[in-house]
Design a protein around this ligand. Structure first.
Ligand code: NAG
Ligand code: NAG
Ligand code: NAG
Length: 403
């Protein structure tokens, strides 16, 4: 009996170890911590799959648990005043310094858009709250963190429209004045899906001749920038990487557009392009826009184009800002783009760097060889990674010098 017990126990241990263990590249720091963190995310993903299969809950409803676990009540403290406001009907958090200052001196401002694949996340998550406070104390910035509505309840373009309306509202001269913000020093920034929304809103505002207050800089942290080619070298190389495996990113894209599962299926095999989006493939051609070192040993091959007339067209630059033509990119402000080696979205960011530079935009590109997707969120116990602090410091330094 005892030996059976021992045997079962050993099997359980082996299974647990097998489950926790994900091959994490050698050059990633604190590898075991990342494996354990990833184990939590993967378990949640499996639970979400199971719940959906059994018809108990939608996949994203279960994944939302991550957001709830990290949710905080953003409160004012002795240095930072936090207020909840509504900008043209969109919920926002405004973070301002409490320190005494000369009234005549206007402040800079950062409009921040959280990540989470347009389906998850909240401005009220601990790491975003912490980042906003750092921007207030270290940059003396007024931070507007937008609580845009999420898919799948609100598909594209609702999340983008919320961001657009809140930003337009904030950029009105009298509103900026109320917050003592210098209209010449406003940045838009965000990470992951938030980086997508930041890139899109910057493009849209620069297209409008009657938009008087312009965005001074955009800072994009491992942004998702295109839904056309979901098999770039970084998608292939990092398809099983912790935090954001390819399957999850593809799911985010498909849920952003629709709850129709047939899109998810065709996106998984990268066969979701219609004749209309095929005309845009030249803008996401990694054999042209990806510098040699990032291509590794991958070989470019033509994407298959569906003849299915009912296929939803994804050829909208308000979802995929990388497909905007040069004439649009040419007008964009100074840009900061952060990319991570171990990230399916790496090539989206790198290709945008190339395209923007070719269009004449001044771009700072910071690439982290030992970075993984979502790094900047890991600044708090129990999932605190040293690289997250280095990344935050470099990002804030760039904003201090350029905003
Ligand atoms: C991408 O670029 C390659 C050349 O590097 C070319 O052969 C191919 O046709 C291009 N594909 C598209 C869709 O533009
Ligand atoms: C790409 O092509 C080269 C030369 O034909 C080949 O050696 C290499 O294995 C290919 N890469 C992949 C990822 O298939
Ligand atoms: C880009 O911006 C940096 C930092 O402000 C500046 O030093 C550099 O001269 C600019 N480059 C170009 C090509 O304008």
């Amino acid at each position: 009996m005892r030996s059976t017990g021992t045997f079962v126990f050993l099997c359980m241990c082996a299974l647990t170890a097998y489950y926790i263990y994900t091959p994490v590249p050698e050059n990633i720091e604190q590898r075991w911590k990342l494996m354990i963190t990833d184990c939590f995310f993967r378990s949640l993903g499996h639970l979400a799959d199971l719940s959906e299969l059994l018809g108990l809950a939608d996949y994203m409803d279960v994944m939302m648990l991550v957001t709830f676990l990290e949710r905080v009540v953003p409160v004012s403290d002795e240095r930072v005043k936090v207020t909840e406001a509504s900008f043209d009907g969109v919920e926002v958090l405004v973070y301002e310094s409490r320190l005494d200052r000369r009234k005549s001196e206007k402040r800079r401002s950062v409009i921040y858009l959280h990540g989470g694949g347009w389906c998850l996340g909240s401005a009220k998550m601990g790491p975003y709250d912490l980042l906003a406070r750092q921007m207030v104390t270290e940059l003396d910035a007024v931070v507007v963190s937008i609580e845009y509505r999420l898919a799948p309840l609100h598909h594209f373009p609702v999340p983008f429209d919320d961001v657009y309306h809140a930003v337009k509202y904030f950029l009105q001269p009298d509103v900026l004045d109320r917050y003592e913000v210098d209209p010449e020093r406003v940045a838009v920034s965000g990470d992951s899906a938030g980086g997508n929304l930041a890139a899109v809103v910057t493009q849209q505002l620069h297209l409008e001749p009657d938009q008087l207050v312009k965005i001074k800089v955009q800072a994009l942290i491992y942004p998702a920038l295109q839904a056309l080619d979901l098999n770039t070298p970084s998608y292939q190389q990092n398809r099983h990487m912790p935090i954001l495996p390819r399957t999850l990113m593809v799911r985010f894209w498909s849920e952003y557009f629709t709850s129709d599962k047939s899109i998810l299926t065709s996106m998984m095999t990268n066969k979701h392009n219609s004749a209309e989006s095929a005309a845009m493939l030249k803008f996401v051609n990694w054999s042209i826009f990806l510098p040699e070192p990032y291509r590794r040993t991958y070989n470019y091959s033509a994407l298959s184009i569906s003849t299915d007339k009912t296929l939803l067209s994804l050829a909208d630059p308000r979802a995929s800002p990388l497909i905007a033509p040069d004439a649009v990119l040419h007008h964009l402000p100074k840009t900061y783009i952060l990319t991570c080696e171990y990230d399916v979205l790496r090539d989206d960011g790198v290709m945008y760097v190339t395209r923007l530079r070719l269009a004449g935009v001044n771009v700072t590109h910071e690439h982290y060889e030992e970075g993984f997707h979502g790094t900047i969120m890991f600044t708090m116990w129990p999932t605190e990674f040293q690289i997250a602090h280095r990344m935050t410091d470099n990002y804030l330094l760039w904003l201090r010098e350029n905003l």
